[in-house]
Design a protein around this ligand. Structure first.
Ligand SMILES: Cc1cc2nc3c(=O)[nH]c(=O)nc-3n(C[C@H](O)[C@H](O)[C@H](O)COP(=O)(O)OP(=O)(O)OC[C@H]3O[C@@H](n4cnc5c(N)ncnc54)[C@H](O)[C@@H]3O)c2cc1C
Length: 483
């Protein structure tokens, strides 16, 4: 079986890796990967500058989802995996130019500890009272209709929690807008808790109790088993990309090769990329959904429209390396998130040298600012110099001139733009995904992978890429399956 893969981001690379393994096992597989850019990895990219690892795209993945660490281990990168420095984990929210620490006990936006919630300056007395009354919230009677994350959170805890918690967390992580994102898809656990318990706080406390009991059982009282929230690679996420590429057949990889047409033939698929015309039995489309929509619209216009309707956000990362000698004392923790109501360009900033130890040389500090998102796409048009100047100005205003004076020059700056790179699971995403799956099932030899469908993070993209490859091969000749 010959398989074409369109898109060499982490999802397409994971699919290619799986096919390569099956090929090596003598399954009679060959493949060709087409990537529009001159390099592999899509949003994953890192650089090392004067000993400091700079992540231009994602900096880590959630440890809880095993697919990424598993792949790293398979690739021989097990000893390169490093945990986030959770002993120093503390995140702040910017409120009227001041940093306010997230109170202890917050789980998925849900307060679970009485004392820290009662004393935090993050919320007003009215919101705290509402949080206490939330314990009496009745189960929702809406027949399971989807709603936005903002609507769900507001119904339970009020508008201030949307503004100071849901909005900055979702925009700082997904570049997303809580007033558009689907509660059912982005926070399925909370939707289920509401159905079962009414109160999200009561639901979360029950889930937490079960998790604690399970952890105690599995750690056998040894106290071990506490895993870090995030995992990364010592040399940056680029290490994962390089390790996968090194396992693939170089003759199968086509860079600077955007696929411009995809055609369903009676006995397979035709893929057109520049002057290359590839005939294959099956195709894995691992490009962003907007690009998949253009290509598959030529095969099935309804499928094309569904894919094109998935919204995407764009974002920018700005990395700044400083000599710590020129800085004052930074607040503890991993960094801060900025609510949109603060009217700033930055959505979030990570103190990189604190979040992952051993990736920044001693005496240096690395700040990684995140900008753009659904509400501020226009920033992408600004020059690198203007973006760096804006981040420096806002760092001084938020952290204080004593910590990072306006005159203190960074040793190095790096700006990366990620246009339409993060899919947004808007209200109704689950139904759209189902409609897409039905149209795809009617096209033998076609699979989709990537961040537009079933999880935006790196582990989900890897899982979907590998699964697409395995399913195609397990289905045998896709043409035979259709007959
Ligand atoms: C700034 C940023 C920070 C992030 N932080 C994190 C994080 O910390 N942790 C985490 O888990 N996730 C994070 N994410 C999300 C995660 O990185 C992405 O969801 C994931 O990498 C997407 O992988 P993908 O393969 O689906 O898509 P992409 O990486 O977008 O790859 C798709 C590829 O398809 C190619 N392509 C498009 N059209 C064509 C065509 N016609 N022909 C051929 N090729 C084509 C593109 O050039 C691209 O390389 C972050 C994302 C960004 C942008």
């Amino acid at each position: 079986m010959r398989v074409a893969i369109i898109g060499g981001g982490i999802a397409g690379l994971a699919a290619a890796y799986e096919l390569e393994k099956l090929r090596a096992a003598g399954n009679g597989i060959t493949y060709a990967l087409f990537e529009a850019r001159p390099r592999a990895g899509g949003s994953l990219a890192s650089e090392t500058v004067n000993g400091a690892v700079l992540e231009l795209g994602p900096d880590s993945f959630l440890t809880e989802k095993p697919a990424a660490a598993e792949l790293c281990r398979e690739l021989g990168l097990g000893s390169e995996l490093i945990p986030s420095n959770d002993a120093a984990r503390k995140t702040y929210i910017v409120v009227k130019n001041r940093l306010v620490a997230l109170p202890d006990g917050l789980m998925f936006l849900v307060p679970t500890k009485l004392i820290p919630t009662a004393f935090t300056p993050l919320f007003s007395l009215g919101t705290k009272t509402r949080m206490a009354l939330e314990l009496l919230h009745p189960p929702r009677q809406n027949g399971g209709r989807d709603e936005t994350v903002a609507a769900l959170v507001e119904r339970h805890y009020g508008a201030e929690v949307v503004d100071r918690l849901a909005d900055p967390l979702l925009s700082g992580i997904y570049g997303g807008d809580s007033a558009q994102l689907s509660a059912q898809t982005v926070l399925p656990r909370l939707v289920e808790m509401e159905r079962q318990y009414g109160s999200l706080t009561r639901g979360m406390l029950a889930a937490h109790g079960k998790m604690r009991a399970h952890a105690q059982k599995t750690s056998n009282g040894s106290g071990r088993g506490k895993t870090a929230i995030f995992t990364t690679l010592r040399g940056g996420m680029q290490q994962l990309v390089d390790a996968i590429v090194s396992r693939l057949d170089p003759a199968s990889l086509h860079f600077s090769a955007p696929v411009s047409a995809l055609e369903k033939m009676p006995d397979g698929w035709r893929v057109e990329a520049g002057c290359v015309d590839e005939f294959c039995d099956a195709v894995i489309v691992a490009s962003p959904a907007w690009a998949a929509g253009v290509l598959l619209g030529q095969v099935d216009p309804v499928l094309g429209d569904e894919l094109s309707a998935i919204p995407y956000s764009s974002s920018i990362t700005v990395n700044l390396i400083y000599d710590q000698a020129g800085l004052g004392r930074l607040p503890d923790g991993f960094g801060f998130l900025v609510p949109s109501s603060e009217g700033r360009k930055m959505l979030a900033c990570t103190f990189v040298h604190r979040k992952f130890l051993g990736r920044t040389p001693p005496g240096k500090a690395v700040f990684r600012a995140f900008l753009g998102g659904m509400k501020n796409e226009a920033l992408l048009a600004e020059s690198d110099a203007a973006l760096v100047a804006a981040v420096r100005r806002e760092l001084t205003e938020i952290l204080g001139a004593k910590t990072i004076g306006a005159a203190v020059e960074p040793e190095h700056t790096q700006v990366s733009r990620w246009r339409r790179s993060m899919a947004q699971y808007a209200v109704g995403h689950r139904e759209r995904k189902q409609r897409i799956a039905e149209r795809v099932a009617a096209l033998p030899g076609l699979r989709l992978a990537g961040n537009a469908y079933d999880g935006i993070g790196i582990p989900d993209c890897i899982r979907l890429g590998r699964q697409a490859a395995r399913e195609l091969v397990a289905s045998g000749s896709p043409i035979a399956a259709a007959d």
